[in-house]
Write a protein that binds this ligand. Sequence first.
Ligand SMILES: NC(=O)c1ccc[n+]([C@@H]2O[C@H](COP(=O)([O-])OP(=O)(O)OC[C@H]3O[C@@H](n4cnc5c(N)ncnc54)[C@H](O)[C@@H]3O)[C@@H](O)[C@H]2O)c1
Length: 256
Amino acid sequence: MRRLEGRRAIVTGAGSGIGRAIALRFAEEGARVLVADLNADAAEESRALLATPGLSRAVDVSRGNEVQALIQAALDAWGGLETLVNNAGIGVAATAPDTGEDDWDRVLNVNLKGTFFGLKYGIPAIRRTVQGQPYSGSVINMSSAVALVGVPNRAAYSASKGGVLALTRAAAIDHVSEGVRVNAILPGTVDTPWVQNITASQADPEGARAAMTARQPHGRLVTAQEIAAMAAYLASDESASVIGAGLVVDGGFTAR
Ligand SMILES: NC(=O)c1ccc[n+]([C@@H]2O[C@H](COP(=O)([O-])OP(=O)(O)OC[C@H]3O[C@@H](n4cnc5c(N)ncnc54)[C@H](O)[C@@H]3O)[C@@H](O)[C@H]2O)c1
């Protein structure tokens, strides 16, 4: 399917895992993609894999001036922007009492403030681009299943992703009449370098992975490509009536 022909998209955190899979899928569906990541080399690696000519750029999404410059770079290169995926994220594994204030600030700054900066600078650009067009623009925020259910040792991370879901709904209502749809994806446990690093750091990596798999009702981890498929749907006109939604892709994890 090439549902994104002619569309222009920015994906943050696209040097790895879910973001890379989304960038690749968007390009397969015909979009031009700007791959953005804190790690410039990883972003460039992803760009080289795209099926359409793309761009790559280093960005720290927790810095407003960098996000503003990222959006401007897309506008300078392409003259417009229809889609933004606020995917960049980090985690800290700790309970609230065990979370240092620095770690709290770091996680909230990247995951929640970074999403805020994406909306702050991305929505005006998307709104201008789609004005008078028969289709809507699309902002996709990466929340998590932990926005809905408690998971051990994820206090700051869960707070940030719950905030992303609430911010998604607020922005969806603010901008629906301007032709900009804002939605969130809530992945469960996805097999990415992030999760691979978590299991590798345990005393028994294979046991840790088996435990993660065992809590999945469908018996396996979610793939990054399955999250990318949801993102492509949300970026496309097929989801024209999907507004302010938190779409769960978790293998049944939150249905238990
Ligand atoms: N993997 C999972 O199980 C899972 C589950 C739910 C939600 N998520 C969310 O999906 C998103 C992607 O996760 P992933 O598993 O692909 O992780 P990943 O670690 O494989 O990729 C994250 C990417 O974000 C980049 N990044 C980190 N901080 C950044 C910053 N300040 N500015 C720009 N880029 C930055 C990293 O360099 C990396 O390339 C995150 O928001 C994560 O919270 C992941």
